[in-house]
Design a protein around this ligand. Structure first.
Ligand code: DGL
Length: 294
């Protein structure tokens, strides 16, 4: 089934639910626009999948949103951004969709880390400081953050830790308790070990599911380490992008009284999407089921 918007909604694509943390913040600061969120819940999680599978699934999701009238799509997933964004931007858009735009969430997050690195380098004894990130296996294996940071902050000491069990824990509603605590401690120990003698100045949550674990993580991680939540970086970066691109911003559909419409599409059961979405969004929403891909 297809839902055609009369104007161009702002599109968000994610492997499933995590992108809702980014969507939530974007909605908060850009409430005026019509928004369309697509979660590929039938094939989630993407975190441990191959490059080829993630590229195919992400391309199908983005093309689906294009077909609904979105000319701008945000890939609100690190794993999909890491594995598919560059190919979509460089090989698919110029040939098939020259007027459309796709944004990822790694570049703005890496820019934010680079800014911190700059501030760090001005501090005395900063040679012994590192920034760390937690992400899925796929994001860590892609080395996308390290590649971006090599350009933006070549002297920055980066520690990357794959946390494969955190997505299933979040999706099972395990947001506190001893089971979760065990894995948070395990991944934090690995982070400290990998940093060696360096003090961890910043921990970036480079998976859009992890903000739901912020409270127990904040209690675990020493106060001297700042924890960065991606939505707080990506949503303002999106607002900034729109301000710098009036040719795109001007085409976005918006609500008559300052509040745009929103729709949530899922590739699997709508009840399941609605249940987990309320966890990620902090409010209830209705979802519509769609088929994507071939
Ligand atoms: N939330 C996704 C991310 O930011 C990972 C979820 C998944 O594995 O599909 O990488």
């Amino acid at each position: 089934m297809r839902f055609i918007f009369p104007h161009m909604p702002l599109g968000f694509f994610d492997s499933g639910f995590g992108g809702l943390t980014v969507y939530r913040k974007a909605r908060e600061i850009l409430p005026q626009y019509d928004m369309l969120y697509l979660g590929d819940t039938a094939r989630t999680p993407y975190g441990n999948r191959s490059f080829e599978a993630i590229l195919r699934f992400t391309t199908e999701g983005v093309e689906y949103l294009f077909a609904q009238g979105c000319d701008l799509v945000v890939i609100a997933c690190n794993t999909a951004s890491a594995k598919a964004l560059r190919t979509i931007q460089q090989k698919i858009l110029p040939v098939k969709y020259p007027g459309k735009r796709v944004l990822g969430i790694i570049r703005p997050s890496a820019e934010s880390l680079a800014l911190r690195a700059e501030a760090l380098s001005r501090r005395p004894h900063s040679g012994s400081a590192a920034v760390a990130l937690w992400a899925t296996e796929g994001t860590v294996r892609s080395d996308s953050y390290a590649l971006e940071l090599a350009k933006l902050a070549p002297d920055l000491r980066l520690v990357q830790i794959a946390c494969p069990l955190l997505v299933p824990l979040v999706e099972s509603g395990e947001l506190s308790g001893p089971g979760l605590q065990y894995f948070l401690e395990k991944y934090w120990r690995a982070t400290v070990e990998a940093a060696g003698l360096a003090k961890i100045d910043t921990l970036l949550l480079a998976c859009t599911h992890y903000p739901l674990l912020y409270p127990p993580l904040r209690s675990l991680v020493p106060a001297g380490t700042d924890i960065l939540v991606q939505a707080d970086i990506v949503a303002p970066a999106l607002a900034d992008y729109l301000a710098r691109h009036p040719e795109i911003e001007g085409r976005l559909a918006r609500g008559a009284h300052g509040t745009g419409s929103e729709r949530f599409l899922t590739t699997d059961q709508t009840e399941n999407f609605a249940r987990l979405a309320s966890l990620f969004l902090g409010r209830d929403v209705a979802a519509e089921r769609v088929e994507i891909g071939s």
